[in-house]
Design a protein. Structure first.
Length: 260
């Protein structure tokens, strides 16, 4: 068969555009494709909800690709083993209570299973703003990441969702947008981001799950963004809390949708 370059271009443009149009309204929109965002998307999609995820970088996975200081191994605690097994991620016990995975396999499995569960992932797209109505945040305002990097003046597009999950990592981008645009109205002690504390894996891993909750009407936080918003320590290259936080926010938001 003779290949036609234009057919190749049409196939990409038509199908990608169709996917985006189909994603303009969803049950849950996730900002950030790190381990927490991918895990949250997987569990929500598995329940039958329509989930769309936006990642500003070329690849998903956040900092997990690099393990610890570019040694591509990740550490998990025993509590997270059921999630690893759910995603078919192989692990080995290093010593009692400490389990190792290959970081490349880990991210690949998280991404593959999330997509197969039904999560629609768009990379190279940044969350520039939020759509707010009287009931709270009702969607996200999006633009190409390249537009932001090049500092071009190009107007964004908007998508609507019943709930938004900020899984944007240390930056907690959606939370920052809310404070910047509407003031100190987050559901924290101060009404704004409390800020991330220095590394303490034991405390950080526990608090990241406890801090996985609503931060503004219609918006929930997961992963490292949780500790950035509510003031928990960072954890370094131990990732169990990230997966458990993603699963937890899926449980919370899934119950909200079911009751709405």
């Amino acid at each position: 068969m003779k290949l036609d370059d234009i057919v190749v271009s049409k196939a990409i443009i038509e199908r990608w555009s169709k996917d985006l149009v189909d994603s303009l309204e969803s049950d849950v929109a996730i900002a950030g494709g790190g381990p927490a965002g991918l895990t949250a998307g997987y569990y929500l999609a598995k329940k039958g909800f329509k989930v769309v995820l936006f990642e500003r970088k070329l690849s998903v996975g956040g900092g997990m690709w690099g393990g610890g200081m570019m040694y591509n191994k990740c550490v998990f605690q025993e509590l997270s083993i059921p999630v690893l097994e759910e995603f078919k991620i192989r692990y080995e016990e290093y010593q009692p209570g400490y389990f190792l995975t290959d970081s490349l396999e880990t991210v690949s499995c998280l991404c593959l299973e999330a997509i197969r569960a039904g999560v629609r992932i768009f990379n190279l797209i940044s969350v520039e703003d939020v759509m707010i109505r009287e009931e709270g945040v009702t969607g996200l305002v999006l633009n190409w990441s390249a537009v932001d990097i090049a500092k071009l003046h190009v107007d964004p597009l908007t998508i609507r969702s019943k709930y938004v999950v900020d899984a944007s990592g240390h930056a907690a981008e959606v939370a920052h947008i809310i404070v910047r645009k509407i003031g100190k109205k987050l559901l924290t002690e101060t009404g704004e981001l409390v800020g991330e504390n220095p590394m303490w894996a034991e405390i950080g891993e526990r608090l990241i799950v406890e801090n996985t909750k609503e931060i503004y009407p219609g918006v929930y936080v997961a992963g490292m963004a949780s500790n950035a918003v509510f003031g928990g320590p960072r954890m370094g290259p131990i990732f169990g809390g990230m997966l458990l936080s993603g699963k937890r926010v899926a449980e919370i938001v899934g119950e909200k949708i079911g009751n709405s």
